[in-house]
Design a protein around this ligand. Sequence first.
Ligand code: GLU
Length: 291
Amino acid sequence: MVTTQRQKPVFRFAPSPNGPLHLGHALSAFLNQDMAAGGRLLLRIEDIDLTRCTPEFEAGIYADLEWLGISWEKPVRRQSDHFAEYHAALHGLIKRGLVYPSFLTRGQVRARVSASEAGGSPWPRDPDGSPHYPADDRDRSEGERGRMFASGLKHAWRLDMTRALQVAGHALYWSETGDGKTGEIAADPSVWGDVVLSRSDAPSSYHLSVVIDDALQCVTHVVRGLDLFHATSVHRLLQVLLDLPQPIYHHHRLVTDASGRKLSKSNGDTGLAALRGKGLSAADIRHLVGL
Ligand code: GLU
């Protein structure tokens, strides 16, 4: 049988260069490599947060992955080289009335939430614990929006979740093979409220760029940590709105520290470069992450 490049399963490891990689990233990279055996493995640098991502951290990613024995296809896609593509998709959603400009600052949102909660009314929160964005800006007239733009107010672009769900028009599911719930998972994007798709200081959001890139790169299998399980609900909705194919998802267990907390990029002692400096080998790292 003739197998073309296109028909092979395509996996991707997609770290953000905003800190040194740690054992959690090693687990993800190893699983991607192991599951991609016989298929293709891509590396994507997710550096849309221009304030926190640096070339030094990106160089660290390449060094750590090479040391682990991971090999990936070149060239690497770097998201900051593709803002125009994300912008074009955002613009399409704005034209369809699915995305609106939001003007409240974080402080104003916080004040609104505190006032509501002090008055005994709980405020809805997303799965990461952040409050849903208040409804203030959703139904402003074009004239009012124009005046707010003209006055130089900073704004973000948010998905109008209610309208987006109406346009999607049917229940959403994704196929899951990971370490949590598996099978056909019912997506529930509404738990996120009106998610941000673009900010004044970051022209695209994680949600928007990840679905566009997975589609553009013909990714068939997304293997990533269980911390992103619920984000997949938003990804499914965006895939439907933007008419993009859906990959199969595999959300894997997280590596935790001694007190059971998820590792963070500031956990110096679980950083891969630090462990390499102590003389550990790639095989030691496989063992440490339970593979
Ligand atoms: N860039 C994300 C991170 O470093 C991973 C995104 C994904 O795999 O979808 O956490």
